[in-house]
Write a protein that binds this ligand. Structure first.
Ligand code: NAD
Ligand code: ZN
Ligand code: ZN
Length: 344
């Protein structure tokens, strides 16, 4: 089969790899029909995630069709359509029992990280019963690839950790797919205002068309001054959806007393924490790796027509053009790109 293989920082190639085999009775082999590229894949290629070894097949998002299941798999059979969670969970360990699937003792974020991932024609999914979700008959699978990681992350690590609720003011730094997913799910709670900060004018325009109250082009204007101008004391919730010291710093400078800073971004370096300012303002800081425990809820919201998951998709490429797709995603502003779907 063909797969996108990591070759060390800055290197990747679409090459021939052995088709995965069942290794454990709880495994399934999935034929990928759709996959996508995450900001985290760009971090891996920059060398920000050193646990990823050369030779690893990248990718942790996807939908597909069950090709084969191990003897222990009970919920899926050959031919079933499924959504792949970016988090693999055994369902039995202590973290899984408390819905902290990202810290599953037998899984967690392993796909495209510690084991081969989804940017391939086939992928082996461990603990298939608890790591895959069935796609109901008749449902269009095209938008669902955004439910593997993008929507659960923006929702759980951004909106829920940030405790967005009725009447709050919210700023989201980073209008990438994760930041926009946070915007779309934050709107479900009717906050008073949602401000988006980025320096990609296309993504900011999309954010406005999706309901952002105001946007700030961080390349042209000081976002801290803009937020203070609109809110006075600052926002109740700041969601960091980039993963750089500069954007973390914006977040810690735009919070009102009692505010919450929900960090979603993946960081490859340390930041300066302004604790001397934050403690007296009763600011709460949260971080986290997504658990994807809200996939069933998000799936229901999509099926009910309450969440338009396909809104994020701006580009589609055939799977074997994934290297061009990476080029487009990494030049998102120039290419006017948000989420890119690879299809087979
Ligand atoms: P992305 O790279 O597409 O988006 C990042 C956005 O940040 C871009 O639109 C870019 O223009 C903007 N940006 C960069 N520097 C900026 C600056 N100085 N000021 C303002 N804007 C700036 O990534 P994405 O797919 O949306 O992911 C966002 C982050 O979430 C990444 O760090 C990714 O690794 C992380 N992530 C975390 C989890 C988790 O479980 N915590 C899961 C998935 C992704
Ligand atoms: Zn991801
Ligand atoms: Zn577990």
């Amino acid at each position: 089969m063909k797969a996108l293989v990591y070759g060390g920082p800055g290197k990747k190639s679409w090459e021939e790899k052995a088709k995965p085999l069942l290794l454990h009775p709880s495994d399934a082999i999935v034929r990928i029909t759709r996959t996508t590229i995450c900001g985290t894949d760009l971090h891996i290629l920059k060398g920000d995630v050193p646990a990823v070894e050369k030779g690893r097949i990248l990718g942790h998002e996807g939908v597909g069709v069950i090709e084969e299941v191990g003897q222990g798999v009970q919920s899926f059979k050959k031919g079933d359509r499924c959504l792949i969670s970016c988090i693999t969970s055994c369902g039995r360990c202590a973290p899984c029992k408390s819905e902290r699937y990202s810290h599953c003792e037998n899984g967690g974020w392993v796909l495209g990280h510690l084991i081969d991932g989804t940017q391939a024609e086939y992928v082996r999914i461990p603990f298939a019963d608890t790591s895959l979700y069935r796609i109901p008959e008749g449902v269009d699978e095209a938008p669902l690839v955004t439910l593997s990681d993008t929507f659960p992350t923006g929702f759980e690590v951004g909106v829920l950790n940030g405790k967005v609720s009725l009447g709050k003011t919210v700023a989201i730094v980073g209008a990438g797919p994760i930041g926009i997913a946070a915007l779309l799910t934050a709107k479900l709670f009717s906050p008073e205002a949602i401000y988006l900060i980025d320096r990609d004018l296309f993504r900011l325009e999309l954010a406005r068309s999706f309901g952002a109250t105001e946007t700030v082009d961080a390349g042209a204007r000081d976002p801290v001054a803009a937020i203070k101008e609109w809110t006075g004391k600052g926002v109740d919730v700041a969601i960091e959806a980039v993963g750089t010291p500069a954007t973390f710093d914006i977040c810690q400078n735009i919070l009102a007393p009692g505010g919450r800073l929900a960090v979603v971004g993946v960081f490859g370096e340390s930041v300066t924490l302004r604790l001397e300012k934050l403690w007296i303002e009763n600011v709460t800081l949260t971080t986290g790796l997504v658990d994807t425990k809200t996939i069933p809820l998000l799936l229901r919201m999509v099926l009910a027509g309450r969440l338009d998951a396909g809104k994020l998709i701006t580009h589609r490429f055939p799977l074997d053009q994934i290297e061009q797709a990476y080029e487009t995603f990494s030049q998102a502003a120039r290419e006017k790109a948000l989420k890119i779907v690879l299809q087979k």
